[in-house]
Design a protein around this ligand. Structure first.
Ligand code: 13P
Length: 287
C-alpha cells in the first residue's frame, strides 16, 4: 500500500524503532524488498537516487513499476516511494511522477538557500500529501555522484530546518555512504543527542547504514533515529550471490543462463539482507 512516510516514521519515533530505507535499482531489487516487507509485516521505504531513477529510464517509469508491483503482489504493509538526495528540480520531477515522499538535499548550498528551497518544497509536498526529508550537514562519501565531506551538523541549524515543517531530518553525525574506513571514529552520539534535544519529536534519519556496527545502530535508534538508509550492503549481497552462482558454473548447467535463474540468487540475497536489517531496526510486525 503506497503511502507517505509521515505516519510510519511518527509511529517509529514513538515506538523507538526505525524503518529501513532500501534503495532500488531495478525490478528484482524492488520485488525482493516489497516481498520481504510483506512477509515480515514491516513498513518500508523504497529509496530512489537521481542516478538510479535515470538508470531505470526516469521517475515516471519507477513510479509506474512500483505502483503496479505493489498492486500485483497484493502488498498491504505501508510502502513509501521516496526520492533519495533530491535536487530542487529532481523533487519537482518526482512529485509529478507520483512519488509519495521526497528528500530535498540542500546541504551543499549556502544555509539560507537550503532554508528557502526546503520551505518552498515543504509547502508543495504537503499540499499534495507527500512527506519531505531535508538535510543539514553533509553525509560523507559518494553516492551516485553526490559527494559529501561528512561533517557533523550544527544542532541550531537542524532546529531551523526542522521548524520549516519537514517530516523527517537527515543530519550528519559522522556517517558516510559506502564502506567505512578502518580508522573511522564512529557515530558522534554527542551531536545526535544535541540534535534530538533541539528537534524534539522530529524523526531523525541515519544515512550510510552500511557497515555501522549493530550496537551503534541500536544506540542511534535510542537517541531518536527513526529511519535508516541502506544501499551498499544490498549491492554487496547481490554481487556476492551472483559471483558464487557464476563461479560454481551454474550458468552453464541446463538453462542456468536464463536471466530469471541467473538473477535469482542475488534477488534472494537482497531478501535475506533486508530481513536482517528489519530485525535489527525493530520494524518487524509494526505494519
Ligand atoms: P549506504 O550505501 O552506505 O548504505 O548508504 C545509503 C544511503 O544513505 C542512501 O541515502
Amino acid at each position: 500500500m503506497l503511502v507517505s512516510a509521515t505516519e510510519m516514521l511518527k509511529k517509529a519515533k514513538e515506538g523507538k524503532y526505525a524503518v529501513g530505507q532500501f534503495n532500488i535499482n531495478n525490478l528484482e531489487w524492488t520485488k525482493s524488498i516489497l516481498l520481504t516487507a510483506q512477509e515480515l509485516k514491516s513498513p518500508v521505504i523504497l529509496g530512489v537516487s537521481e542516478g538510479a531513477g535515470k538508470y531505470m529510464t526516469g521517475f515516471k517509469t519507477v513510479s509506474a513499476m512500483v505502483r503496479a508491483m505493489d498492486e500485483e503482489l497484493g502488498i498491504t504493509v505501508p510502502v513509501a516511494l521516496h526520492l533519495d538526495h533530491g535536487t530542487y528540480n529532481g523533487c519537482y520531477k518526482c512529485i509529478k511522477a507520483g512519488f509519495t515522499s521526497i528528500m530535498f538535499d540542500g546541504s551543499s548550498l549556502p544555509f539560507e538557500e537550503n532554508i528557502d528551497k526546503t520551505k518552498e518544497l515543504v509547502n508543495v509536498a504537503h499540499q499534495l500529501g507527500l512527506s519531505i526529508e531535508a538535510e543539514v550537514g553533509s553525509i560523507g562519501g559518494e553516492e551516485d555522484g553526490v559527494i559529501g565531506a561528512g561533517e557533523c551538523a550544527d544542532p541550531n541549524e537542524c532546529k531551523q530546518i526542522a521548524d520549516l515543517g519537514i517530516d523527517f531530518l537527515a543530519a550528519g553525525i559522522g556517517n558516510i555512504h559506502g564502506a567505512y574506513p578502518e580508522n573511522w571514529a564512529g557515530l558522534s552520539f554527542d551531536t545526535l543527542a544535541a540534535i534530538q534535544e533541539k528537534t524534539g519529536i522530529m524523526p531523525l534519519v541515519l544515512h550510510g547504514g552500511t557497515g555501522i556496527p549493530d550496537d551503534q545502530i541500536k544506540k542511534a535508534i535510542s537517541l531518536g533515529v527513526s529511519k535508516i538508509n541502506v544501499n551498499t550492503e544490498c549491492q554487496w549481497a547481490f554481487q556476492e550471490a551472483t559471483r558464487e552462482y557464476i563461479e560454481a558454473g551454474k550458468d552453464k548447467e541446463g538453462k542456468g543462463f536464463d536471466p530469471r535463474k541467473l538473477l535469482a540468487p542475488g534477488a534472494q540475497a537482497i531478501c535475506d539482507k533486508v530481513k536482517e536489517k528489519m530485525e535489527l531496526f525493530g520494524s518487524v510486525g509494526k505494519a
